[in-house]
Design a protein around this ligand. Structure first.
Ligand code: OOG
Ligand code: NI
Length: 466
């Protein structure tokens, strides 16, 4: 009986995502400006491209776009990570993928919490890129021990958030009143605190070791460090940003501009320098500043199959061997040219991408297919050739490690390049998380397979009905 009154996990996530967006717009007004700009560019893009609009409507994804965003947080301890997993599970968000950022000079490893089923993604695709600090990559042992002790002391979840998460786990859901409380309580974890947990001296030592360590260890909680709306034309938003008094980062991360967007392209505006205060020895507060929070936009393209992803990684690597984008933008044009040149080897029509087995597609029966009586079961390619089945790209829902590193770097200050020995440790991450991360490729392959089966079934049903 009680079950009927539960709010669905998808609805809890949608409510949480909306609440987070309002909070962040309040905290970082430039994010609100960016949202307006993205809404305008998306409306213009749809008005100018009838086919795009029609396909987004047909695949039920038009509505989610204006609601769509991701955020990012950086956690300090395994206990925080595993509790965060339980909190996100209440909202129907599960860890997908493992990202090792150590190779890029950032002492974290990460996953993305996100909805997984097709229906859940359509309802609300809110995701959170979640990183765990790796103190094991810090050379200074004294500092490591001190940072660890500071992190162990803090409590990033309110008692209410923990209690409601446990209740949801026990009962299998939350009712409306509990959902409202849950959203409000969990939001507290993501809130900005301008009063640091540490002294100015400690902050400086952490900061000297790595800016990211200072960002994680010095504060009461893992403030949301950016929120990212999804745009349908990232080049246009990037070009318009200065007009809206937002300074974009030097280059767009990810693949170059193409007719058929693949994976994910991202750009951001620089983190703000914000006033904070540090603890004094005599119990007072000492003014200072900290740079952490920024805004980002993304354009999502087709999810690539392992073969396509291999090609993407190779071409990106090739272009970076020719030009590595500098943080100050001094070689941005050369980088873009090298990237575009390298990607000439990546087919740029949906039909070619499909035929080469590079990407994942969702298949559906066409109008003609619905009116055709089939004499028997046929293979997919011939059904497509005869115009009975059509295909649309499946949207990439995940992240890219090289791009993520670029986003981290551009917001850590350009002098912050630091080398670590590459040391991916997915086993350790999963032990800390308290669960295995899901494999992104399995997920897309599953959606594709289900769509093919449903087409063949519909067309065979037409045969059986004769
Ligand atoms: C996360 C950076 C990664 C993305 O979109 O690739 C990211 C961070 O700065 O904490 O959000
Ligand atoms: Ni991001």
């Amino acid at each position: 009986m009680k079950e009927n009154s539960f709010v669905s996990a998808d609805d809890i996530r949608a409510a949480f995502s909306a609440a987070m967006s309002i909070m962040y717009r309040d905290e970082v007004p430039a994010y609100g400006t960016l949202m307006e700009l993205v809404a305008k560019v998306n409306a213009d893009t749809l008005a100018a491209n009838a086919t795009l609009k029609e396909r987004l409507e047909a695949t039920d994804s038009l509505e989610r776009i204006s609601e769509e965003r991701h955020g990012a947080i950086r956690l300090g301890t395994p206990a925080e990570l595993s509790m965060m997993r339980r909190v996100f599970a209440v909202m129907g968000m599960y860890p997908v993928g493992y990202y090792d950022l150590s190779t890029a000079g950032v002492p974290v490893h990460s996953t993305a919490f996100r909805p997984v089923g097709e229906a859940s993604l359509k309802r609300n695709p809110f995701r959170v890129f979640t990183s765990l600090l790796r103190l094991d990559l810090i050379a200074d042992e004294t500092l490591r021990t001190e940072a660890d002790a500071i992190l162990k002391e803090r409590r990033i979840f309110t008692p209410g958030a923990i209690e409601l998460t446990e209740k949801a786990e026990r009962d299998g859901g939350l009712d409306k009143a509990d959902t409202e409380r849950f959203v409000a309580e969990v939001l507290e974890t993501f809130r900005w605190h301008d009063k640091a947990n540490v002294s100015a001296d400690m902050y400086k030592r952490l900061h000297d070791a790595h800016r990211l360590i200072a960002d994680v260890v010095s504060f009461k909680g893992p403030h949301i460090n950016h929120l990212t709306p999804r745009t349908l034309d990232i080049d246009r938003v990037q070009a318009l940003m200065p007009e809206y008094r937002i300074a974009p980062k030097a280059v767009v991360e990810g693949p170059p501009t193409r007719n058929c967007p693949i994976l994910l392209r991202q750009t951001s505006f620089k983190a703000l320098e914000e006033a904070v205060s540090f603890r004094d020895a005599d119990g007072g507060w000492k003014p200072g500043s900290h740079t952490a929070r920024f805004g980002e936009i993304e354009q999502r393209g087709i999810a690539l199959a392992p073969k396509g992803r291999g090609l993407y990684d190779r071409l990106l690597d090739e272009s970076r061997k020719i030009v590595r984008p500098a943080g100050d933008g001094s070689n941005a044009r050369e980088y873009e040219a090298a990237l575009a040149k390298a990607f000439e080897d990546f087919p740029d029509s949906w039909a070619e991408i499909r035929e080469a087995g590079l990407g994942y597609f969702s298949y559906s029966v066409t109008e003609k297919g619905r009116q055709t009586k089939l004499p028997g079961r046929r293979d997919l390619d011939s059904l497509i050739a005869d115009g009975l089945v059509q295909f649309d790209p499946i949207v990439y829902e995940d992240f890219l490690p090289v791009s993520a590193a670029g986003i981290f770097q551009s917001n850590l200050g350009d002098g912050a390049q630091q080398e670590f020995v590459a040391s991916p440790n997915q086993k350790r991450f999963e032990a800390d998380l308290g669960a295995a991360v899901l494999n992104e490729f399995d997920h897309y392959a599953g959606i594709e397979k289900a769509s093919i089966e449903s087409c063949l079934k519909a067309l065979t049903a037409a045969v059986a009905a004769e």
